[in-house]
Design a protein around this ligand. Structure first.
Ligand code: NAG
Ligand code: NAG
Length: 167
């Protein structure tokens, strides 16, 4: 269960600070609460399976496989709900991202948002493709995300195989 939460957090990092033009947040905790709400709504809506999505962390999988499509859409789904991605054009809204990032009081989270703005600003890709590109970018540039992946993968290895393909 814990590893799933970690993975969810990682996928959430994609959208952590991707937020909504209409909605006003007063502080970090309101922002994160709403993000988690939206994340669970989106996971349900997209029927996202954390075990399947976790395979996107493995280099030996074919990331273009259709079964991963929904995983790539998770971040954008949350981002559209929060205003960090334009619902129609599917472009990231970096102004909104910055606005939300300013609410981060926690140094670790603030560092993450800085890193995303420094390395991962993407004006070209849209919708789910933008989500996937952003995830790859964060994984490449964030020591925190890399740590989470390492933990996730070692937990995965140490999970007793219940026989056959885990669902
Ligand atoms: C965040 O803001 C809301 C509304 O102003 C307030 O009720 C809540 O206590 C604040 N939370 C924190 C952790 O500051
Ligand atoms: C955040 O980044 C700054 C500068 O890059 C670094 O000095 C600091 O230790 C980082 N803080 C955390 C909590 O990672």
């Amino acid at each position: 269960m814990f590893t799933k939460i970690l993975l969810i957090c990682l996928l959430a990092a994609i959208s952590v600070i991707t937020v909504n033009a209409e909605k006003k947040y007063n502080n970090q905790s309101e922002l994160i609460d709403d993000m988690l709400d939206n994340m669970f709504t989106c996971m349900h809506e997209l029927d996202v399976k954390p075990d399947v999505c976790g395979e996107l962390l493995l280099k030996d999988k074919d990331h273009s496989d259709k079964k991963y499509d929904n995983c790539k859409c998770l971040g954008p789904c949350v981002a559209k709900r929060m205003g960090t991605m334009n619902k129609d054009t599917g472009k990231w809204n970096w102004a909104r991202f910055k606005e939300l990032a300013e609410l981060m009081e926690n140094n670790l989270l603030r560092n993450e948002t800085n890193l995303m703005q420094t390395h991962c600003m993407d004006e070209v890709n849209t919708h789910c493709t933008a989500g996937y590109v952003f995830m790859k970018c964060v994984l490449q540039n964030s020591p925190m995300a890399q740590d989470m992946v390492k933990n996730y993968l070692s937990a995965r290895e140490n999970t007793p195989d219940e026989g056959g393909d885990a669902k």
